[in-house]
Design a protein around this ligand. Structure first.
Ligand code: NAD
Ligand code: MG
Length: 385
């Protein structure tokens, strides 16, 4: 990997985007930035431009785009809107695309990049949740890699190096349990936005932090793992591991288990996705085993964390069901953050959408886009009732 590779980053001002740029800076001249795409945070984009001198930038928010254009001295391409993100994603010179935007918005640019055979470093799990069948099929056809940035999936990928797929008995995705791990279900209605945003181990964007509190994040990750590793649903288990040191495990046919471990630092799985299959040299903080003398595990309670259960149900139903729970979840989480619904109602509205909307078995991309839109409208209407 001596040649400089060109990379575009979708969502460069978010939690994963910022950490990716930190990794890229530490990697020296291994990567050159093609495009940085953002939604609104032009204040964070300016210093990124100065440091990384990209070929172009995309600002999806129309108002922020105009503001940026009228004030910046940046001489490269400045694009806007979803079309701009697609143009950045499938730029012919991209060797790699890192997708770190939030939600269904990741699906279409990733689809277009794969059409061009561009490898994907995938943080945006909602892409595989909503359109796993189409995305993985296309990646296979185009011989393009999908390298997981999600720490659990990076762990599984690392555990599977050199192994025969047929030897896998099951995988075990670990979950921290989030900020509501010890909260009784009867107290869920009273959980505030502020307390749900206080994750014990990870500092992440708001949407995924609420997903961690409801454990929908683990549900989305079960679906993500299903598509990434081609397993049966009954081979994908979850367990609560509050210390977040073991990032996930694979159990083989003879009972042997491989676990991938490390401190909870997203820069580790990010760098692995960027330099796969190499572990490049970094000075990230090291694990001190004396500080973690106890690693504990607890059963995941599907009755308490209904969102996780709904994800398993949607995966079993298949077709558009995972796209429905994803879209309903995006809306419900946003409405919880806006303080329009209580925490316990997030799963309620997702279940309402899943139980009401028609499921299509083998959806096309257009049908998935339609069902995503329809579910958002349906869920918002239900919330307003
Ligand atoms: P974030 O909210 O911190 O950042 C999101 C970024 O995407 C921002 O730059 C924002 O401007 C941009 N963006 C948001 N909506 C957009 C849209 N509609 N169109 C274009 N750009 C848009 O989010 P994050 O925590 O960095 O998470 C990003 C993705 O990575 C999510 O899918 C999340 O589930 C996944 N992920 C995050 C972590 C983590 O530690 N943060 C870990 C694993 C997976
Ligand atoms: Mg994860």
């Amino acid at each position: 990997m001596s040649k400089t590779r060109k990379i575009s980053i979708l969502g460069s001002t978010g939690s994963i985007g910022i950490q990716t740029l930190d990794v890229i800076e530490k990697l020296g001249d291994m990567f050159k930035i093609n495009y940085l795409t953002i939604n609104t945070r032009i204040d964070l984009l300016e210093p990124q431009i100065l440091k990384f001198n990209p070929k172009g930038v995309v600002i999806t928010d129309e108002k922020k785009y105009k503001e940026f254009k009228s004030t910046t001295s940046f001489k490269g391409k400045i694009l806007s809107g979803e079309e701009g993100v697609i143009e950045a994603a499938c730029d012919d010179t991209n060797d790699l695309l890192l997708t770190a935007l939030v939600g269904f918005a990741g699906v279409i640019p990733t689809y277009h990049a794969l059409q061009k055979g561009i490898d994907i470093a995938l943080a945006n799990k909602e892409t595989l949740v909503s359109a796993g069948s189409i995305i993985t099929k296309l990646a296979n056809e185009k011989n393009a890699k999908i390298l997981a940035v999600d720490s659990e999936h990076s762990a599984i990928l690392q555990c599977l190096i050199g192994e025969d797929h047929n030897d896998i008995e099951k995988i075990i995705l670990t979950a921290s349990g989030g900020p509501c791990r010890t909260t009784l279900k009867s107290e869920f209605a009273k959980i505030t936005v502020e307390s749900a945003l206080k994750h014990p181990n990870w500092s992440m964007g708001n949407k995924i932090t609420i997903d961690s509190a409801t454990m929908m994040n683990k549900g989305l990750e079960v679906i993500e793992a299903f598509w990434l590793f081609g397993l049966r649903i009954d081979q994908i288990e979850t367990i609560i591991h509050p210390q977040s040191i073991i990032h996930s495990m694979v159990q083989f046919n003879d009972g042997s288990i491989k676990a991938q471990m490390g401190l909870p630092d997203m820069r580790v799985p990010i760098s692995y996705a960027l330099t796969y299959p190499k572990h490049s040299k970094f000075d990230f903080p090291r694990m001190d085993f004396e500080k973690f003398s106890t690693l504990t595990f607890e059963k995941t309670d599907l009755d308490k964390f209904e969102c996780l259960q709904l994800a398993y149900i949607a995966l079993k139903i298949g077709g558009t069901a995972p796209a429905i729970i994803n879209a309903a979840n995006e809306i419900a989480v946003q409405e919880f953050l806006n303080k329009n619904i209580s925490f316990d109602k997030i799963s309620y509205f997702i279940s309402k959408a899943l139980n009401t909307l028609e499921i299509i078995e083998n959806p096309s991309l257009d049908e998935l886009i339609d069902i995503d839109k329809l579910t958002r409208i349906f869920t918002l209407n239900e919330i307003k009732k």
